[in-house]
Design a protein around this ligand. Sequence first.
Ligand code: CP
Ligand code: NVA
Length: 300
Amino acid sequence: MKHLLKMSDLTAKEITGILNLADQLKYDRKHGIPHTYLQGKTLGMIFQKASTRTRVSFEVGMYQLGGSALFLSSHDLQIGRGEPIEDTARVLSRYLDGIMIRTYKQQEVEDLARFGSVPVINGLTDYAHPCQVLADLMTVREHKGALEGLKFCYVGDGNNMANSLIAGCLTMGMKVSIACPKGFEPAHDVLEAAKKHGDMFHLTHNIYEAADEADVVYTDVWASMGQESEAITRRKAFKGYQVNDDLLKVAAHDVMVLHCLPAHRGEEITAEVIDEHGEIYDQAENRLHAQKAVLVTLMK
Ligand code: CP
Ligand code: NVA
């Protein structure tokens, strides 16, 4: 594994390797066992969109591994004035040991990996959010003991989270049910790949059908970063696609509820459900441990 660009690039063996290392790093951190795997190494973090979790967890993660991280806002980089990604990739590769990028187009992340010579990590694009899904799988495994055979339900927008969850969960042998409004389905290539998994994958417009007996119910915002101007139209289109106590009645009795955060309480999820499901904050914490495992795997 050279880069982390999207979940569909990873095999079950690679995902399991990252999750096992993440569990170990989490245990070590809790028990005061330090690591210097990345001593003297620097991660550059390019952000073209806002972030709380990704920025802080990568920066702290590098620090805890003995390395350092540079926050690079696209407003201050020449990339923001149109310098080509090819040159940015070649030049940054001469200074840095790894690059994390949060941007709009998936192609930019793929190009950074293609033209640069250091590992590239996708910190979210409009198409994918693999770092989040590794932390999500870690959290599910931590709570349920194993992933294979669990029913995973996603309710809401067929966005970057849905695309990455479908790929990651199916690779790990989970059953995946997606409920989204018409016109807001996940990406075409993701659906084509998912269909090859036969009855392990199900797409519906009915949230109760998707959540029936689900072991995990997941949701995300109705308007992602960059879609703020569509928020009013989207609010109408997504009405009814909410994770609330009524929906959870049809799920398994010990259902886990996950949300990548930030959340809009009262829209895609109720405040009551967030407050009843503390695993959402384990999930946020696990971004740190899962990403440390990615950093060690790619940069050691
Ligand atoms: N879940 C997530 O990626 O959060 P941030 O946008 O705060 O990084
Ligand atoms: N779908 C959301 C995820 C945020 C972590 C967005 O792209 O804004």
